[in-house]
Structures are given as structure tokens and as C-alpha cells.
Design a binder for this molecule. Structure first.
Ligand code: RP5
Length: 174
């Protein structure tokens, strides 16, 4: 019996408490039928686990790593230091600065160690998932086709929201 192929995407997070705030990344991958593994590991609390995971990611078949963390958010940068795979940094909103602290921690990487950082809050988690899909689609024509359909449908989605707003405004005015 053939083994199922290993997931192409890993979603790492510094704490299980991050999961509810970043689940939209996983939902975006689900939407496109992309398998992923989700793991809790910390650049500070479990540095050896992070090292081993990142250093063996290529041989285990991973293609993209999403790394979410909040506050002193070093997970994405440390992962990127141990792997040639593309790493997407996902800043987790915090109670102190709403995620600006996380964003600045992740985005200011030194030259030679890129991390593709998405926004904190709002569309950030969803965009992390979609960006992973876009990277995979470069070498997956079926996925590229799904992305083209997704883009084509965006105007319809916005038009439906515009129509809903116009309806509310008309009702408010009457
Ligand atoms: C970071 O520290 C995690 O990503 C989390 O956002 C933050 C706080 O972690 P907990 O104390 O909630 O576990 O490493």
C-alpha cells in the first residue's frame, strides 16, 4: 500500500495560544486542498526542536514553512537560518502592541536570511496560507489553475459585498 505523500507545508507556532489567532492560514490551505502539518515549537523555549525541524525540513519533503510567533517573535528568523526553504513569517497579535511588536521582530531580518513577512492581524494569517499556495503553484499546474479561478472570482466577491452595503444604506435611509 502506498504511503500518503508528506505535507508540503508546515505551520509552526511559538505557542498553542497562537493557534486560534492564525487558524485562517490553515483554512486557506484547506480551501486549496493543500496538506499541512501544524506544530508548536519555540525559538526560545525549545531551540533544539526548532533547529532539528528546520534542518531536516527539505529531506522530509516540505516546500514552504509558515512560522507564527508573537512578541519577541524570533521563530521565523531562526527557522530561516537553518533551511533553504522559503519561510513566511506570520506576526501574531499581542495584547501590548496589537502585533506591531511581533511584526517588527519578524520583518527586520539581516541580509542573506530572508523571511517573507505578512501583516499582523487582519488578512495576515490568510495571506500567509495563500502565499504558501502561490509558491507551491509555481511547480504545480493544478494548483496554479485553482489560483487563477480564485483571482477571477474576487471581483464577484467584492461586487456581492458592495451590493449588500448598498442594501443596508438604502434601508437606513428609508
Ligand atoms: C511567543 O510568545 C509565542 O508565539 C506567543 O505568541 C508568545 C507568548 O506565548 P505564551 O506565553 O502564550 O505561550 O513565543
Amino acid at each position: 500500500m502506498s504511503q500518503p505523500s508528506p505535507p508540503a507545508v508546515a505551520i509552526l507556532m511559538g505557542s498553542q495560544n497562537d493557534w486560534p489567532k492564525i487558524q485562517a492560514a490553515a483554512a486557506a490551505l484547506d480551501e486549496f486542498g493543500v496538506a499541512y502539518e501544524a506544530r508548536v515549537m519555540s525559538a526560545h523555549r525549545t531551540p533544539e526542536v526548532v533547529h532539528q525541524f528546520a534542518a531536516s525540513a527539505v529531506e522530509r519533503g516540505l516546500k514552504v514553512i509558515i512560522a507564527a510567533a508573537g512578541g519577541a517573535a524570533h521563530l521565523a528568523g531562526v527557522v530561516a537560518s537553518h533551511t533553504p526553504l522559503p519561510v513566511i513569517g506570520l506576526p501574531v497579535p499581542t495584547s501590548m502592541m496589537g502585533g506591531l511588536d511581533s511584526l517588527l521582530s519578524i520583518v527586520q531580518m539581516p541580509g542573506d536570511v530572508p523571511v517573507a513577512t505578512v501583516g499582523a492581524g487582519m488578512g495576515g494569517p490568510r495571506n500567509a496560507g495563500l502565499l504558501a499556495v502561490q509558491i507551491l503553484a509555481l511547480s504545480d499546474e493544478a494548483l496554479a489553475g485553482k489560483l487563477r479561478q480564485f483571482k477571477q472570482k474576487l471581483p464577484e466577491k467584492v461586487a456581492a459585498k458592495d451590493a449588500a452595503l448598498q442594501k443596508i444604506l438604502r434601508e437606513d435611509a428609508s
